[in-house]
Design a binder for this molecule. Structure first.
Ligand SMILES: Nc1ncnc2c1ncn2[C@@H]1O[C@H](COP(=O)(O)OP(=O)(O)OP(=O)(O)O)[C@@H](O)[C@H]1O
Length: 250
């Protein structure tokens, strides 16, 4: 199951130029993004690292159509200047093309693992049977075949995060945004999540953009971007280790 590279921006799934975002706190404005240029390619696992408060989550929100920047533009897939679209069309773009994974899992307490995933697919227009089939396949891919009918309260943190990943991947998104996806997980579950993100890039061809403090992710990344105080300080392309499990054990 590979997403063909497409979109008029070629290899780039997303390109942003000159992003500025300010927040008002009392009478003062703080500038959280100070003219950030950013891009991410299909098939790459791009890591965004930086200290707390450096603007990582704000960047993800501006790139994904969740938070309007004060200046700058975002071109994504076939869309020129995402922020010029109506809010309804931005929502549709996100629903059709983007997956999200957050540290808090964001699962509905009353729904089983299978229902968490089918709900999103039905919202996208799939019929009940197709949604169930696709959701089951996505949950099996993350190793949750035997836990399809459990609710979040009966799942471990690692399993909940895998449900969230299955939900994000089930629609085969071209862009996958992950914000601190391993921070609530122990080492072993963190590794499972990292491997799934790697696979989303390599096997599904998604542009995976992952904000993290977790240095274990670095071995799996194609690119590591460091952001500090609203500016990109460093942008390194690297070759992921053949066996990052072993690499990270040293
Ligand atoms: N809605 C808001 N109103 C005011 N200030 C905000 C708002 N959202 C974020 N900020 C501020 O912007 C700065 C950057 O926040 P952001 O969440 O992007 O940082 P981050 O790098 O993701 O941090 P962390 O690693 O702690 O999650 C912080 O100082 C934060 O307090």
């Amino acid at each position: 199951m590979t997403t063909a590279t497409h979109g008029k921006h070629g290899d780039f799934a997303i390109e942003a130029k000159g992003l500025v975002k300010r927040f008002k706190t009392g009478r003062t404005h703080i500038e959280v993004l100070k003219g950030v240029d950013f891009d991410a390619r299909h098939g790459d696992l791009t890591m965004v690292m930086g200290p707390s408060g450096s603007g990582k989550s704000t960047l993800i929100a501006a790139l994904s159509g969740l938070l309007k920047p004060d200046a700058g533009r975002v071109d994504a897939l076939d869309v020129d200047n995402l922020w010029k679209l109506s809010s309804g069309r931005i929502d549709k773009f996100r629903l059709d093309h983007c997956g999200f994974i957050f540290q808090g899992f964001n699962l509905f307490p009353a729904l089983s693992a299978l229902q968490q995933v089918t709900t999103v697919l039905k919202y996208q227009g799939l019929s009940g049977d197709n949604a169930r089939r696709q959701a089951t396949a996505a949950l099996e891919e993350v190793g949750l075949g035997p836990r399809l009918h459990q609710r979040p309260s009966a799942l471990s943190g690692g399993e909940k995060q895998r449900v969230a990943i299955a939900r994000a991947l089930a629609k085969n998104p071209q862009i996958l945004f992950a914000d601190e996806p391993t921070s609530a997980l122990d080492g072993e579950n963190g590794q499972v999540v990292i491997r799934l993100l790697r696979r989303a890039a390599t096997e599904h061809g998604a542009a995976v953009i992952c904000v993290t403090h977790d240095p274990r992710l670095e071995a799996w990344a194609d690119r590591v971007i460091h952001i500090e105080d609203g500016r990109i300080l460093d942008d390194q392309r690297r070759t992921p280790e053949a066996n990052p499990m072993l690499a990270s054990a040293h």
